[in-house]
Design a protein. Structure first.
Length: 344
């Protein structure tokens, strides 16, 4: 379903036209977009097919900007944001067919995307740089700035102090199950420099306060797919009427068949909502631990007293310490393993 041809031309004699489409795309167009993107990226950070076919459309808006030349898709840029709160948008992927690069198509796609996101009320657009210097130059020229590691973002109204507003302390917080619409706000939270150390300790992914992020768009989709595949629950801490995502907790059954009686817990909460972390984790354990799970493991760094306090308050006890197990810059940190009781 094409929702509009936004413009045509650009270069003298160019017949490239830019269109905007909203998921679900018809199967043929989705296939064309996916074929182009897979040719450029080999494999995606998340399932383009599912997003384009509308699988997540109940909660996640997926809008695609297409560059078409005589019926052929020669460029695409995707914008994702939550239906219920478009404050944070994600950009990605963005790709232009190799033989058509350097002619302004990328810029036209991105300009359309930015204008659209602004009109929808998006206050910040985030993206992860996975390409070459050309991509970075393009994004810079369009007002994106280096944020943390590979993450760039564009604040639509910089004067409005986005972070201070979005993560402002708020007594109105609730715990609810994560949905695909949380893709953009969870990614924004995970790139925010928070005091808590890890947000996925098992894979060694850290708060950007301590380690510059080298992964971006893949993090939330991986959590969601792992949870769906192995069994588990991801909850978010949602603040205010807009349900700004200010924390998350995930419990997932162990990936190895010999340890299906074991679940792994992780969580990450913004500094302004640390006092809500215990409630978030308690609810997640109560609702997410399957009857066959006897033990819940949670790993945290020896220096992460915030996390230790939460686990200990919930009755977790330290069962192991792996000295100097994690290198953070020039320092080594111990990895502590805590255990909580499962269902039995
Ligand atoms: C990044 C990417 C999308 C840019 O698309 P593009 O269509 O080549 O981008 P543009 O043509 O708008 O801009 C690229 C360059 O062409 C130049 N250009 C734009 N219009 C031009 C014109 N009419 N004539 C000559 N040069 C032009 C731009 O100034 C820019 O130059 P610069 O890199 O020196 O600043 C494309 O290179 C790509 O698909 N790369 C691989 C995937 C990737 O890295 N994606 C981003 C992942 S985060």
């Amino acid at each position: 379903m094409k929702t509009g041809i936004l413009e045509t031309g650009g270069l003298a004699g160019s017949e490239v036209r830019i269109c905007r489409l909203a998921a679900p795309l018809d199967a043929k167009t989705a296939w064309k977009v996916e074929s182009l993107l897979v040719r450029i990226f080999e494999r995606g950070d998340y399932s383009f097919r599912s997003a384009l076919s509308g699988k997540y459309s109940g909660t996640l808006n997926c809008t695609v900007f297409l560059a078409e030349l005589r019926g052929r898709v020669v460029g695409a840029a995707i914008c994702l944001y939550a239906n219920r709160n478009p404050a944070i948008g994600l950009v990605g992927p963005v790709g232009v067919a190799h033989e058509r690069r350097g002619r302004g198509i990328g810029k036209r796609l991105m300009t359309s995307l930015i204008d659209y996101a602004a009109a929808k009320g998006c206050a910040a657009l985030y993206l992860g740089i996975s390409g070459n210097g050309a991509a970075q130059r393009l994004y810079r020229s369009l007002g994106f700035q280096q944020y943390k590691g590979i993450v760039m973002r564009r604040l639509m109204r910089p004067e409005q102090q986005f972070d201070a507003q979005y993560f402002a302390k708020n007594p109105d917080v609730r715990v609810r199950k994560a949905v695909w619409g949380d893709f953009a706000p969870v990614q924004a939270l995970l790139s925010c420099p928070c005091d808590m150390y890890t947000f996925d300790g098992r894979r060694g992914v850290f708060s950007s306060k301590y380690v510059e992020p080298t992964r971006f768009l893949s993090v939330f989709p991986e959590m969601m797919s792992k949870s769906a595949e192995y069994g588990g629950l991801i909850n978010v801490l949602a603040a205010g009427a807009g349900e700004n995502v200010v924390g998350y907790a995930a419990v997932c059954v162990s990936l190895t068949s010999a340890a299906r009686h074991v679940a792994e817990l992780d969580f990450f909460v913004h500094d302004n909502f640390v006092e809500q972390a215990e409630r978030l984790v308690r609810t997640t354990l109560a609702d997410g631990v399957a009857p066959n799970v006897e033990i819940v493991n949670c790993r945290c760094l020896g220096c992460d007293s915030l996390k230790q306090n939460v686990i200990e308050a919930l009755g977790g006890r330290q069962v192991a310490a792996l000295p100097r197990n994690v290198k953070l810059g020039d320092t080594y940190e111990d990895l502590l393993v805590y255990q909580l009781e499962g269902s039995k």
